[in-house]
Design a protein around this ligand. Structure first.
Ligand code: FEO
Ligand code: CA
Ligand code: CA
Length: 635
């Protein structure tokens, strides 16, 4: 998806991931030949490895001709309560026969009755833009609070050409324009209800809330109060404003929402283009040129005036959806990087584990393990402040280890580890990954999965820290345009363990175009092809739902892949079936279920087509509600 230039700020039909990747390519700082030599020697030695469910490694060669563990066709089929659907290339949503879908919420839909209804001519009312459902829906979680069903959902970014359609190029021309863009991002908390006409937002619910780029936040954990986090407006280094580029989601066992700040770097720029920026900005892609020009009207985003402000973004933020007056908390103990999502699970002794991917080419996979034990009803206020952050190191033999990031292992202070986490992870030799997107933890087996969406620089260029990106391990294809899903099994079936074994659940590909490793693993065939796995979520039955954010041109390497989609995968068999297709130019991202599990809510982000309002309208990111026609549970 490297089709964007630095000058082009038109996101229509593109995810922010693809935009950021094209805009800030990793520097070529180490020897190209050295990297390729290393890649080729490892590839020649090992071939591609795909392992069966925790079994011994099967060296399959570059054709990946083996299969995951085998079961009967009937047993495999019984896990799927739907008939797989074909690809689509049109401008709407498709689900299997026997299922229905409807729109729950669209960008611009009022959350409060004093908000002005959406107007396609203006891209929505500016004055009440903090009272409506925001733009670019992403990760979401549903909570049941006092008998009410409440969805907390991210709004990752804005497309200014849609939000400010009457501005030249969508460029903000005033502080008011900037404020409108800031208001449409962040998080929505909204009550939803199902009536005779289906699902709707409960307008004016006392639990409805918008959290945006100006909402007061508290910084907690090892970096809170450190000089790196102090600004002129906040000399304490503990109180920031806003949450940025909210991508994937998570939920804690105590009922709070976790929103993950991903490509935060793009919000910061400099009004003084000649300003000397700190060297460490490079690792995070922070430069003098911002995406939205906030800095021209809002000095907080001007790094020539506020060089510490970017240190206050790039975190996992905890939000209490049951209290609209609560102050969201930025949990610095979970590290600062381009956070995708936050998948939680408890250790055998009740500590909290949070798995997290850093979505950038050649960056890393992390987990946080709390020091304290979670007890229902107990004090949870510091569980995500005190603990150990680990980073994954994968070995080519199917084993791996979580390496603790501590002052002893990194030579950095706890605060520095929390702020410059990527640097700390590089110091311990973490494995450079093919862009870790969502992590999902299986609720019925001791295993977790991470979508490695793609990495067209694998084996070609180092990451932004200069770490080599050799072909091998869970990243077995050079110039990997398709992506794969890696799975790991913690030692002793305990997510507290520092040891694990791993395999690849699937390698996406195209067996109709390629006969080599780029065909994908054996569980990929012409009836379930996809590229760029991204969103992932398990249902209660242990079925893995996979959402894509890839190339939907349906041509060349991607012929037969169609629009972005959602598939279901069976961890036991490796079988994968297509369940839903999105409108052309959209990404399918975000998944949660109603309290009775009879509805699944699916996010449709940045449709390039006039979805869902039809011809002549702006494409509006939307949440759709999917049900079975017989109202049986859907996960
Ligand atoms: Fe916002 Fe990496 O997806
Ligand atoms: Ca994503
Ligand atoms: Ca993505």
């Amino acid at each position: 998806m490297d089709r964007k230039t630095e000058q082009d700020v038109d996101f229509e039909g593109f995810s922010f991931d693809a935009f950021d990747e094209a805009r800030r390519p990793a520097p070529q700082t180490t020897g190209f030949d050295q990297v390729v030599d290393s890649a080729l020697s490892r590839r020649g030695l090992l071939g591609l490895l795909v392992y069966g469910s925790g079994a011994a490694a099967m060296g399959l060669g570059t054709g990946v001709t083996g299969l995951l563990s085998s079961v009967s066709a009937e047993a495999a089929a019984s896990r799927f309560a739907f008939t797989a659907i074909p690809i689509a290339t049109d401008a709407t949503v498709h689900v299997p026969e026997g299922y229905t879908w409807q729109v729950l919420a669209r960008w611009g839909d009022p959350l409060f009755s004093d908000a002005v209804a959406f107007d396609h001519a203006t891209g929505g009312d500016a004055a009440t833009s903090d009272r409506v459902f925001g733009e670019n829906t992403d990760g979401m979680e549903l909570f049941t609070i006092g008998g009410r069903q409440v969805i907390a959902v991210n709004h990752e970014y804005v497309n200014p050409k849609l939000n400010l359609p009457n501005n030249d190029g969508g460029t903000p021309a005033s502080a008011e324009d900037v404020r409108k863009l800031q208001n449409l991002q962040g998080v929505t908390v909204m009550e939803v209800a199902e009536g005779e006409d289906g699902w709707r937002i409960v307008v004016d619910s006392p639990l409805n809330r918008r959290i945006d780029h100006n909402t007061p936040m508290r910084l907690s954990g090892p970096a809170a109060g450190h000089d790196l986090l102090k600004t002129e407006a906040d000399p304490t280094g503990t109180a920031s404003l806003g949450t940025f580029n909210n991508c994937g989601s998570g939920r804690t066992p105590w009922g709070t929402y976790l929103t993950c700040e991903e490509n935060f770097n793009g919000y910061f720029g400099s009004t003084d283009e000649a300003v000397a920026l700190p060297e460490h900005f490079k690792r995070y892609g922070i430069g003098a040129k911002s995406v939205y020009s906030y800095e021209k009207f809002d000095p907080r985003f001007d790094v020539s005036k506020n060089p510490n402000e970017p240190h206050r973004a790039g975190y996992v933020v905890e939000i209490d959806p049951s209290d609209p007056t609560s102050v969201p908390v930025k949990r610095t103990a979970l590290g600062r990087f381009k956070h995708e999502n936050a998948a939680t699970v408890l250790t055998r002794d009740g500590r909290v584990v949070v798995y997290m991917g850093d979505d950038e080419r050649g960056e890393f996979l992390y987990k946080f393990v709390s020091a304290g034990i979670y007890t229902p009803g107990g004090d949870t206020s510091t569980l995500l402040d005190e603990g150990t952050l680990f980073v994954a190191r994968f070995a080519d033999d199917g084993s791996g280890e979580w390496v603790a990031l501590t002052p002893e292992t990194t030579g950095m202070s706890a605060a520095e580890i929390a702020v410059f986490t990527r640097v700390a992870a590089s110091k311990v030799g973490a494995t450079t990954m093919d862009r870790p997107e969502w992590v999902a933890v299986n609720p019925v087996a001791a295993e977790a999965y991470c979508a490695l969406t793609n990495n067209t620089r694998r084996g070609v260029k180092p990451n932004a820290g200069g770490d080599d990106t050799p072909v091998g391990g869970p990243n077995p294809r050079a110039e990997n345009q398709y992506g794969q899903i890696v799975r790991w099994y913690p030692a002793g079936d305990d997510h507290a363990a520092t040891g694990f074994t791993w395999d690849l659940f699937v390698m996406a590909g195209n067996p109709t175009v390629h006969q080599d490793a780029y065909a994908g693993s054996p569980n990929i065939h012409d009836g379930n092809m996809f590229n760029a796995p991204d969103g992932m979520m398990f249902d209660t039955t242990g079925l893995l739902w996979i959402q894509t954010d890839g190339d939907d041109d349906n041509a060349g390497d991607f012929a037969g892949h169609g629009n972005n989609q959602m598939l279901a995968g069976d961890p036991a068999t490796g079988r994968i079936e297509r369940f839903l297709t999105g409108p052309h130019g959209s990404e399918v991202t975000g998944l949660t279920w109603s309290a009775d599990r009879r509805t699944m809510f699916v996010g449709i982000q940045h449709p390039a087509s006039p979805f869902p309002d039809g011809e002549g309208t702006l494409g509006r990111s939307s949440i759709v509600a999917v049900k079975r026609a017989d109202n049986a549970p859907v996960g």
